[in-house]
Design a protein around this ligand. Structure first.
Ligand code: GLY
Length: 400
């Protein structure tokens, strides 16, 4: 029998204080600076090994998060360190420019995860033209994955494979790249596709109990819902913690760009399910199926709490004051839980930012390959820093 706390119990938890936010952000920036020698011409992989990321090439869907950490640090740093971070960020932008020009490992929908925190951030912060060009090329690459039948961006695999006629909840975070591309290019085609994909996602992704599908297959002939399934969750029908967290942040950005009132209600439903499926310390196990009874047997996914915190802080900008205050407070409680129990406190013990993330855990019922279980994971580190930045600087201009 799974044991979770109830959403109303969260009222008793403590929020992270302003002093703790500043201390945590300053430590995180120091950690990024300390990592620059290893990760300027190279990139950390998606997950650490016993707490340490290894340098590798610019591949996979995850390298933009490290560059995003550099830009968040650049925003906070001063003097010589700021200059160092700027140079490192621009070196990484050149790598992304080459990657998209060479079309290296870009045949998937993850262009937003890759290019928003790296190149869009670089362009917004420095006006760098190479960054702008790379991000527009990435947007162009992403819209190639649009299927008019069903109106969605296909997540993975070749576009003529009927066995891959599906979208996934994570993709909501790839769409800000398209809105940005329309804004800077004046061409509405990117935004139109983003909007269609959002509406299709919102139509099918929520289940009756307010949990979400990780992946949704559509019928290639009619474009109608065929079936839902999981890749990285425990099993079909369970609620993969990070999928639900992508739903929280994804619905917030969906609202930001479309201003559709019903998305506020969807956000609350997805968030409520998340908040009713947490163990005592507020940091979810990797699938929300697991509650307190799984302590010591199942790993957590700390990145889900960081993503959810960012989504709540974003959505609180658009809500009426009492809802906004509520979600802002919950986000601060997630950050307090990460601060107290999950943050890396000493750079000699890990080169990441938060411990106990889970990338993919294999079960007999899912289709993923096991990787990064109970490790630092690079987007967990990035979103932890983003949430701290949001709390530290409430008018922070987002990269998404
Ligand atoms: N977007 C893939 C993941 O969250 O693991």
């Amino acid at each position: 029998m799974a044991t979770w706390i109830k959403e109303q119990d969260i009222a008793q938890y403590k929020e992270i204080s302003e002093e703790e936010v500043t201390a945590a952000l300053d430590f995180a920036v120091t950690q990024v600076e300390r990592n620059l020698p290893d990760f300027t011409d190279s990139f950390p992989g998606p997950a650490s090994f016993s707490g340490f990321y290894k340098p590798g090439e610019n591949r996979n869907w995850t390298t933009g998060f490290w560059t995003g950490e550099i830009w968040l640090s650049y925003e906070r740093a001063k003097g010589v360190e700021k200059e160092r971070l700027l140079n490192a960020g621009l070196t990484q932008v050149s790598s992304f420019h080459k990657r998209i020009e060479d079309k290296f490992d870009v045949d998937n929908h993850d262009m937003g995860f890759l290019f928003s925190p790296s190149c869009v951030a670089a362009y917004k912060l420095t006006g760098n033209e190479k960054a702008k060009e790379a991000a527009i090329l990435a947007a162009e690459q992403l819209i190639r994955r649009f299927h008019p039948i069903g109106e969605f961006l296909q997540a993975w695999g070749s576009m003529d494979d009927p066995g891959n006629y599906r979208f996934i909840i994570d993709c909501l975070l790839n769409l800000p790249l398209l809105y940005w591309a329309s804004e800077v290019s004046g061409d509405v085609k990117y935004r139109d596709i983003a909007e269609k994909h959002i509406h299709t996602t919102m139509k099918y992704i929520l289940r009756e109990d307010d949990s979400t599908w990780h992946t949704v297959f559509l019928d290639p002939k009619t474009g109608e819902f065929s079936h839902g399934s999981t890749c990285q969750g425990y099993k079909d029908g369970s609620a993969w913690a990070r999928g639900q967290a992508w739903g929280i942040y994804g619905t917030a950005v969906a609202y930001k760009y479309t201003k559709r009132e019903e998305y506020i209600a969807y956000f609350k439903r997805i968030a409520t399910y998340f908040l009713n499926h947490l163990p005592k310390d507020l940091i979810p196990f990797w699938d929300l199926t697991f509650g307190g009874e799984s302590e010591g047997t199942e790993p957590r996914d700390s990145s889900s709490a960081a993503i959810a915190a960012c989504g709540m802080l974003e959505m609180s900008k658009y809500m009426e004051p009492s809802d906004a205050a509520y979600y802002r407070s919950v986000a601060k409680k997630f950050m307090k839980a990460l601060f107290d129990g999950y943050r890396v406190k000493n750079g000699d013990s890990s080169n990441g930012q938060i411990l106990h993330g889970t990338y993919s855990k294999k079960t007999p019922f899912n289709t993923c390959t096991e990787e990064g279980v109970d490790e630092c994971i690079i987007w967990g580190d990035y979103y932890y820093m983003e949430a701290l930045t949001r709390l530290h600087t409430p008018d922070w201009k987002i990269y998404w």
